[in-house]
Design a protein around this ligand. Structure first.
Ligand code: PA5
Length: 435
C-alpha cells in the first residue's frame, strides 16, 4: 500500500491543469528512459530496480555484522561525504530519539566524520573516541575522496593505537567499489570486511545499498521494512504511467511547469526537526542531479516552525521565484497533554483541548495559506507517520521523481562533472603530486 500522498491543489492558482499536463509526453518519455535505460546516464540506473532486486542474503549479512558491531561498540563512526553518508544520516535521524546522544540505549550511538575538513571537529572526535569503545565504517565509492580518506587515516591510527592492529581491523568495515580505488586496495591489504557499492548506482542514489543499510542497521532500525517500503513504491511508480496516477510523474511535471513560470527555487519544508537531514539528502539528490549546463531548480530547505522566525519574512515577501514542497506528518509517535493553568497568564488555555501535533498542523496550514496568498505555490507530501516503511517509500519516491524531472528538464541526472572543479584546485593548492 502506498502511504505517502502528493497534493498539488495549492499550485493551481499559479499553473493550470493544462500547463501541468503539457508535460505528460516528456515525462512519459522520461519514465520509459528510466525503465528501459535508453537515455543519458543509463549506466547509473541500478537504483531503479534496487528495492526489488536486493538479495535477502545481503540484508541478513548486514544484520549479522550490525549485531556484531553493536555487541562491541558504544559508538559507531560513519565516515563518508555526500551520497556516502547523507542517506544513512537522513534515515537514522528521522527515526531516532531527538536526544539520542544523551540517553544510553541498546544500540551504538552513531556519529559522523569525513564530511568536513575541520581540525577542531576531528580533534573533538578523537577526544570522545579516547574514552569509548567504538567501531567504524569507511564509505567511499571512488575510494579516493579527500575528506573521508583524511578522517579515516586519523581514525585508523587511533583505533590501532587503542586496540592493536589485529583487533582494529576487525572493527573496520569498508564500503567501496568492487575493484577500484585506494580504499579497496587498503581494505584488501588490511583484511577488512567489505561491502560493495554497485558500479551502476551513483553516490546520491545509494542509500538502499550497504552505504545506507549498514549504518541504519547498526543504529537499530529495521532495514527489511525500509526496503519493503521502497519496493512498494518501486512497483507503484513503475506500473503507473500517467501524471494523474503516478505521484512521481506529477511531482516532476509540477516542478517543471513552475520552473517554466520562473519559479527557480524549491524549498523543502518540514515541521519535524527529525527531518532536517532528509532535507540535506534531498538537496544533494536534486542539486547534483539537476544543476548543470546552466539549468536546474535550486534546492533549499527550511525546518519550521523554527525557520518561520528567520526565513519566514523572505518566503512571504521576498523575490517571487520560489515554491515550496511541504513534508506533512500526520501523526506523532507520542502524546503530551497541554496542562490547564488556572491563572492563564500566558493566555494559552485556548489550546488545552488540542494536542501539540494539532497546534503544529495549525501552524502548517496557516503558513500554507499565507504563502500561497503571498505568491508561493505549495506542494504537500503527506506521510501518516515517520517509520521505516514510510521512509523507504519516500526515499524511492524522491529518487524516481528526480530521474524523471532531470530528464524532463533536459539534463543527465546521473552525473556530477561540476564536483571535480574544486578538487583539482584544492589538490594544486595543497601540492598533490601531478596537480
Ligand atoms: O553523489 C555523488 O556521487 C557524490 O556526492 C559522492 O557521493 C561524494 O562526492 C562522495 O564520493 P565517494 O563516495 O566517491 O567518496
Amino acid at each position: 500500500m502506498i502511504n505517502i500522498k502528493l497534493s498539488v491543489d495549492s499550485v493551481k492558482s499559479f499553473v493550470s491543469e493544462d500547463q501541468i499536463h503539457n508535460f505528460q509526453d516528456k515525462i512519459s518519455l522520461a519514465h520509459q528512459a528510466l525503465l528501459k535505460k535508453t537515455a543519458a546516464g543509463n549506466e547509473f540506473l541500478g537504483w531503479v530496480n534496487l528495492p526489488s532486486s536486493i538479495e535477502e542474503s545481503l540484508l541478513d549479512d548486514i544484520l549479522l555484522h550490525a549485531k556484531t558491531i553493536s555487541q562491541k561498540a558504544e559508538i559507531y563512526v560513519v565516515i563518508g561525504i555526500g551520497g556516502s553518508y547523507l542517506g544513512a544520516r537522513a534515515v537514522i535521524e528521522a527515526l531516532q530519539h531527538h536526544f539520542s546522544l544523551m540517553i544510553s540505549g541498546t544500540f551504538p550511538q552513531i556519529i559522523y566524520a569525513g564530511q568536513n575538513i575541520s581540525e577542531d571537529y576531528l580533534a573533538d572526535l578523537m577526544q570522545v573516541l579516547d574514552k569509548k569503545d567504538y567501531a567504524v565504517s569507511v564509505i567511499s565509492k571512488s575510494g579516493t575522496t579527500t575528506e573521508p580518506a583524511l578522517a579515516f587515516r586519523l581514525i585508523k591510527n587511533h583505533l590501532e593505537n587503542k586496540y592493536g592492529k589485529a583487533e582494529a581491523s576487525k572493527r573496520i568495515i569498508a564500503i567501496t567499489d568492487e575493484k577500484r580505488g585506494a580504499l579497496k586496495t587498503l581494505a584488501d591489504n588490511e583484511g577488512y570486511k567489505t561491502y560493495v557499492i554497485p558500479d551502476n548506482v551513483g553516490g546520491r542514489y545509494s542509500v538502499l545499498t550497504p552505504v545506507g543499510l549498514l549504518p541504519i542497521a547498526v543504529a537499530g532500525y529495521d532495514i527489511k521494512k525500509l526496503v519493503a517500503g521502497a519496493k512498494e513504491m518501486e512497483s507503484f511508480l513503475k506500473s503507473n504511467t500517467s501524471i494523474d496516477t503516478n505521484q512521481a510523474m506529477l511531482y516532476a511535471a509540477v516542478r517543471n511547469a513552475l520552473s517554466f513560470q520562473g519559479k527557480s527555487t524549491e524549498i523543502l519544508v518540514n515541521y519535524e526537526p527529525r527531518l532536517h537531514y532528509l532535507s540535506e539528502w534531498w538537496k544533494q539528490l536534486y542539486g547534483e542531479s539537476e544543476g548543470k549546463v546552466g539549468k536546474g531548480i535550486f534546492p533549499a530547505s527550511v525546518s519550521n516552525t523554527t525557520d518561520l522566525h528567520s526565513m519566514g519574512q523572505y518566503i512571504q515577501e521576498g523575490a517571487r521565484n520560489i515554491f515550496e514542497t511541504v513534508l506533512s506528518i500526520e501523526n506523532s509517535h507520542q502524546t503530551l497533554n497541554i496542562p490547564e493553568d488556572e491563572e492563564n497568564l500566558d493566555g494559552l488555555n485556548y489550546l488545552c483541548s488540542k494536542s501539540i501535533t494539532e497546534v503544529n498542523q495549525g501552524a502548517e496550514e496557516a503558513t500554507r495559506q499565507a504563502h500561497v496568498d503571498g505568491g508561493v505555490p505549495n506542494l504537500r507530501i503527506s506521510i501518516p507517520k515517520i517509520d521505516e516503511e514510510n521512509m523507504g517509500q519516500l526515499l524511492y519516491f524522491f529518487e524516481f521523481a528526480c530521474g524523471l524531472s532531470g530528464y524532463t528538464l533536459g539534463v543527465n541526472p546521473f552525473d556530477q562533472p561540476g564536483v571535480e572543479a574544486y578538487k583539482n584546485n584544492m589538490f594544486a593548492i595543497l601540492g598533490k603530486p601531478g596537480f
